[in-house]
Design a protein around this ligand. Structure first.
Ligand code: K7E
Ligand code: CUA
Length: 654
């Protein structure tokens, strides 16, 4: 047994070599007569817009990047879980609370799965959710501002990976733990894992108007690894499906010890049933400690609140709500087709894809076609839930997306390809190589009832020689395929930020009309806003100095400040008075132990400067804003700590 597992594992290790052997012939195959038509298909003329937005996770960059498709042009990197000096995210006083957690300020995370909000199973383009894996968090990005406006920490979780997927009406954004842990956390021997650790599946409700997130309940499952998840839809609305591995509950050398069972499970959770149970007073509150951080567009300021309890539900208390579907070989992806009938489990160590039927699952539940239980949770009979398998489709299947025309597209990491197959017949229709070792694939709307099956985007783990070399670290890469024909056609390679895992795509028309152009100055409710130049001033409160400053092309008010002393803590609260689209100003101060600020029209931001040396120190605008941008500068006079220079400020005076 162990030998065969090690053989399969060795295929994983060999994957990159396979890929490289192919490289020359494959690359030549991309060129030739058809290459120019591929170029036309991705060409978006200067001044024209792309047809789709693609929100591509940054993986270990902790951010979310925004690309246009089909051009592959990078439009923005939205800071989410990691500090970003370009936008002062996590550096300015206003956004620092967004990165607060029960572990304190955590300025980094590993972001995997963006998912766009839905209404009636269709993308509505209001928000993108994304998970932080490492210090479990779920973030929400507002698609009017393309800024992160909310982050909620997930207690009782670790390696928040089967996240952040939304239900058909964005009732919930779901977060499942990849690593089971003691719940509540406590000091105990690691080798007592089995039977003692728990795997929490967290259902976070989303307010339909404001979008505010709140943990509705956590389902305390057996101590497996919950890897990926997708919602039911259409007929299976009300259910959520989670792939599991390590049902062996191993705590060491998982590459061998978690590959023993021939089948792991897809856990089917009837969240409607549990919601009803909870609404009727079911579940138990347990003490917890987790941060809920909200950024307010009126105050331009975030607040962080620590929550102290969470409602947990034991699956055994809600009979008929949780079942286990046996699924071969440590499944990774767990994907539901647009009609909601098929649940695809991609066993990483299996050559075949497993396709379960929702209809058969319900029938098996009703007729109690069980095959034992795990910790009291019924296991359904494999043959009675299986719709069929896709035979010998490739090696190392990871993820599947759907085109809305009855086809599925599965990524194969080891054989490094995308394979198109028919969902009903489960016959393979086409296969195209990826360069190299593809992880997720994405079709715009692919996780919805209504996909836009024009392109599939493959996000590859390895690029090797596809681009100019840049030292030992080379970029990761996405590849765009046209899927409008029977056969897929590779159109484009483009480099990505960080390590993309999943992505979410949406027609630009659903989003772009709502995109905000400015913040209205007269609606600015920032505590330290300076709404008129007459109010610009400097105030001292002991060692704390508050500078109420404004900026407009091409000066700061005030631009000369005297009476600051070594040992002071100087807060620059800077309000951008521009009310035109695309006119931010920046500000930076010599020696400040923080980033610049980049302030949007109508917005106020704050940085702190603690001058250490007497002198006359300049500050300046960091964003080229007009022909007189270079003139947008000022000075602060810093005197020794014991000086009695009066505090004063001015603009345009000698
Ligand atoms: Cu990279 Cu969805 Cu985190 Cu697979 S996961 S590749
Ligand atoms: Cu303001 Cu440059």
């Amino acid at each position: 047994m162990k030998k065969s597992i090690l053989f399969i594992l060795s295929l994983f290790v060999a994957a990159s070599f396979f890929s490289c052997d192919n490289s020359e012939s494959s690359k030549n195959g991309d060129r030739g007569a058809l290459a120019s038509s591929a170029a036309e298909k991705v060409y978006v003329a200067p001044g024209e817009h792309d047809e789709f937005y693609a929100f591509i996770s940054g993986g270990f960059s902790g951010q979310l990047s925004v690309y246009g498709l089909p051009s592959g042009r990078l439009l923005k990197v939205i800071p989410v879980f990691s500090q970003d000096p370009e936008k002062a995210w996590g550096y300015n006083e206003e956004t620092k609370p967004m990165l607060n957690t029960s572990h304190g300020f955590v300025p980094w995370d590993d972001a995997h799965h963006p998912d766009i909000s839905q209404t009636d199973g269709k993308l509505d383009g209001r928000w993108v959710f994304i998970n932080g894996n490492n210090t479990p968090r779920i973030a929400k990005v507002d698609l009017t501002t393309f800024e992160t406006t909310e982050i909620i920490e997930v207690p009782n979780s670790a390696g928040n990976h089967s996240s952040s997927f939304v239900t058909e009406n964005t009732e919930y954004v779901v977060a499942g733990t990849r690593f089971s842990v003691p719940v509540p956390q406590r000091d105990m021997p690691i080798n007592e894992y089995k039977g003692n650790f728990k795997g929490s599946l967290t259902f976070i409700s989303v307010d339909p108007e404001e979008g505010h997130m709140d943990i509705k309940f956590q389902l305390m499952m057996p101590g497996f690894d919950y890897d990926l998840a997708h919602p039911g839809r259409g007929k299976s609305h009300g259910w959520f499906f989670f792939s599991t591995y390590n049902t062996e509950e191993a705590n060491s050398l998982l590459e061998v010890n978690a590959s023993q069972n021939d089948k792991d499970f897809i856990a089917a959770v009837n969240w409607k049933k549990i919601e009803e149970y909870v609404n009727n007073g079911g579940g138990k509150t347990m003490p917890a400690n987790y941060a809920h951080n909200i950024y307010d567009d009126d105050t331009h300021t975030a607040t962080s609140t620590m929550k102290k309890e969470v409602l947990v539900v034991d699956p055994l208390e809600v009979p008929g709500a949780v079942f286990l579907l046996p699924t071969p070989k440590s499944p990774h992806g767990c994907d539901v087709n647009p009609t909601g009938e098929y649940i695809v489990g991609n066993g990483k160590l299996s050559a075949d894809l497993t396709v379960h039927s929702y209809t058969k699952m319900i029938d098996a539940i009703e007729n109690e076609k069980f095959d034992g239980e795990a910790y009291g949770i019924p296991i359904l009979k494999f043959e009675d839930v299986l719709a069929g398998t896709v035979k010998q489709a490739g090696l190392g299947p990871l993820h599947t997306e759907f085109d809305g025309e009855g086809n599925a597209y599965t990524s194969f990491f080891i054989s490094s390809e995308v394979v198109k197959w028919n969902v009903e017949t489960r016959e393979v229709i086409d296969r195209k190589p990826c360069y190299y070792s593809v992880g997720h694939v994405m079709i715009p709307g692919g996780n919805s009832a209504d996909p836009f099956g024009k392109y599939v985007l493959a996000m590859n783990k390895i690029t090797k020689d596809r681009y100019l070399p840049t030292g030992p670290e080379v970029t990761q890469s996405a590849q765009l395929y046209d899927i409008t024909g029977e056969k897929m056609e590779l159109l484009l390679d483009f480099p990505t930020i960080g390590e993309p895992h999943y992505a979410a795509g949406i027609p630009a028309d659903i989003v772009k009309a709502n995109s905000r152009k400015i913040f209205k100055l007269d609606e600015n409710k920032h505590e330290y806003a300076t709404l008129s130049n007459g109010d610009a001033r400097v105030e001292r409160d002991g060692n704390e100095v508050h500078v109420y400053m404004t900026m407009i092309r091409s000066h700061f008010t005030p631009d000369n400040i005297e009476g600051i002393k070594v040992g002071d803590k100087v807060y620059f609260h800077v309000t951008n008075h521009e009310q035109d689209y695309d006119v931010p100003h920046g500000i930076s101060m010599i020696g400040a132990n923080t980033s610049e600020l980049l302030i949007m029209p109508g917005q106020t931001e704050t940085f702190v400067w603690e001058p250490k040396q007497p002198g006359v120190w300049p500050f300046y605008c960091t964003d080229f804003c007009s022909a007189l941008h270079q003139e947008m500068q000022g000075y602060v006079r810093v005197s020794p700590a014991n000086s009695n220079i009066e505090l004063s400020w001015s603009l345009g005076e000698d």
